[in-house]
Structures are given as C-alpha cells and as structure tokens.
Design a protein around this ligand. Structure first.
Ligand SMILES: NC(=O)c1ccc[n+]([C@@H]2O[C@H](COP(=O)([O-])OP(=O)(O)OC[C@H]3O[C@@H](n4cnc5c(N)ncnc54)[C@H](OP(=O)(O)O)[C@@H]3O)[C@@H](O)[C@H]2O)c1
Length: 279
C-alpha cells in the first residue's frame, strides 16, 4: 500500500518543536514512508547552527528558530529537553484550530512530563504522551501512548499510524509509563552494557576484539528473535541450552553468584523511580 495515497497527513502541516535526536528518529522514517511529505514539515530548533546543519542534510526541509509556523500546524511533535519545557510553552503562540477543525494535536515525547502538566501548559491543544525508545532509529522501536482528554478516535488512529512506522505501538494507562520507560528506554543501555561485558569475556577467552563485538551483538539479536518468534519463556530457553555439568550451567552459576538477576531488577526499578522523581 502506498502510504502517501492514504496518508491523513498529506494535506496537513506537521510541526516539530525540537528536531533533535529523538524527533529525527521519528520524523525521517515518516518522511521516507511517504506518510508525512517533506514539504509539510515545519520544524523548530534552538540554534542557528542546528538549523543550518539540518537544512544542509535535508534539502527542502523547513527549519526555523522561530517556531511560529511549527506551532500553527494541526499536528505537532514536541521533543525538546524537559528542562526547556516552561520556556518553550511561554514562547508558544495560543493554539488556533482551523475553522471547523478539531483543536490541534500535540504529541509530547518528553520523558516524565505528565499529561496534566502538558494540558495546563497547552490548554488549546489535545495532548498525547508518547514514550518511544531509541531502537526507533532502525524501525525496531517500542512506543507507549497515553491519551489526554478529548483526543478523537480519528486523531488516535493517526497517532497509532505515525508511531507504527518505527516499531510496535502500545496504549497504556499513564501510571504505567514510568515502568515502560525504565524497561524500554533505559533498557537498551542495560543491554548494551551486557553486550560489551560479554564481548570483554570473549576477548579474555582469546577472541579478537572486533569479532567478539560482532558475535555478542548477533547472540543478543538471535536470542531475542528466538524468544519472540517461538514465544518462549526465558526460563525455557535457558533450560534448552543448559546440559548437565556443561559449559552453560558453569557460566550461570557464576552469574548467580555475582547477583546478575538482582542487579538487573534493581536497575529497572531505579530507572522507574527516577522517572517518577523527575516528573
Ligand atoms: N533520546 C531518547 O532515547 C529519548 C527517548 C524518549 C524520549 N526522549 C525525549 O525526547 C526529548 C528530546 O530528547 P533528545 O535526546 O532528542 O534531545 P536533543 O537531541 O538535545 O534534541 C532537543 C532539540 O530541541 C531543540 N531546541 C532547544 N531549544 C529549543 C526551543 N526553544 N525551541 C525549539 N527547539 C528547541 C534543540 O535544538 P539545538 O540543538 O539547536 O539546541 C534540539 O534540536 C526529551 O524530552 C527526552 O525526554 C528521548
């Protein structure tokens, strides 16, 4: 199916306030898929240096320091750092819906900023909180959505369609977003640490460094694919590769001695608690 021919965004402007790493990870796949035409995008950044770099990298992309055009769009992605939120909200013009149209839709990806606060800062917008993760960069992302008041079924369908371009989309009660973020947004860093440490172990066992990294990544990716595609419980997979008095159980014994499970449980919990604290 050609996304451009059915895109609800084809005839609408698409605003982006803060076209940094996260917004780029979301926006460029949308443009490539044809869902959002490049010409429809009105982006704002915080410095002329970034604006010039983005214009050079993406000819035809409208990037401004003054976010007036982005704010005028009926659909808007808000992706500035949370500490800039108050200043950005203070500088934003009041929301103006097109005649006969729904109030504009604001999609916030700001970590830990609650729907209630966003609604207070942007009273003329309908608000959606989205929690995407970095694997969106390779379209293997996960995004949780929590809906603010008054978002129409049609607007919900647009938003699901947008985030589906970069991975799987879940709709969650807002209270579950801290736990979701801890696992899916902080999780890639935890897994990267595991990948690095496993590669170090392989180097210690005599493999060349580049090969050790390659093999560690492929082992993680292959294991994740196996768990997912065969819908295995992790314990089942562990038992599948653990033979009596074999190599794997020797390694697992060491991991249990070192408290790997407890370390990971506490890491996810600490990230969730920090997310609550920041909110
Ligand atoms: N990275 C992640 O994995 C991730 C995941 C989920 C959610 N998030 C959320 O995404 C948001 C952005 O994170 P990021 O990592 O993408 O940060 P980032 O790369 O620093 O991007 C922030 C962007 O905001 C722009 N900006 C600064 N001041 C502005 C202003 N007054 N008006 C408009 N734009 C302005 C910056 O432009 P300049 O560079 O010119 O200053 C930059 O383009 C954060 O709120 C974070 O919580 C991130």
């Amino acid at each position: 199916m050609n996304a451009a021919s059915v895109s609800p965004f084809a005839s609408r402007r698409f605003g982006v306030i803060g076209l940094g790493r996260m917004a780029q990870a979301l926006l460029f796949p949308l443009i490539e898929s044809g869902l959002v035409p490049l010409a429809a995008v009105r982006a704002a950044v915080g410095s002329e240096v970034s604006a010039e770099r983005l214009r050079a990298q993406h000819p035809g992309l409208a990037v401004q320091l003054d976010g007036a055009e982005a704010w005028a769009a009926p659909v808007l992605l808000l992706a500035v750092k949370p500490q800039l939120l108050d200043a950005v909200a203070a500088a934003a013009p009041p929301a103006a819906a097109e005649a006969g149209a729904e109030p504009p839709l604001l999609l916030s990806v700001l970590a830990g900023v609650a729907l209630a606060r966003l609604q207070q800062l942007f009273p003329g917008h309908r608000i959606v909180r989205a929690v995407p993760n970095t694997p969106c960069l390779v379209r293997a992302g996960l995004t949780a959505l929590a809906w603010g008041e008054g978002v129409t079924p049609e607007q919900k369908a647009w938003v699901r369609q947008l985030f589906a371009q970069v991975g799987e989309v879940l709709e969650l009660p807002e209270a579950q977003l801290d736990g979701f973020l801890a696992l899916t947004s902080s999780g890639p860093a935890f897994v990267a640490l595991v990948a690095e440490a496993m590669a170090d172990g392989a180097v210690a066992a005599g493999l060349p460094r580049a090969m050790a990294h390659h093999l560690a990544h492929r082992t993680l990716a292959g294991t994740a694919a196996l768990l997912h595609e065969q819908e295995l419980h992790p314990g089942q997979l562990k038992d599948m590769v653990t033979s009596p008095a074999g190599t794997t159980i020797a390694g697992i014994r060491q991991l249990e001695r070192s408290g790997l499970r407890s370390a990971l449980i506490e890491a996810v919990l600490a990230a969730a608690e920090r997310s609550r604290e920041l909110a």
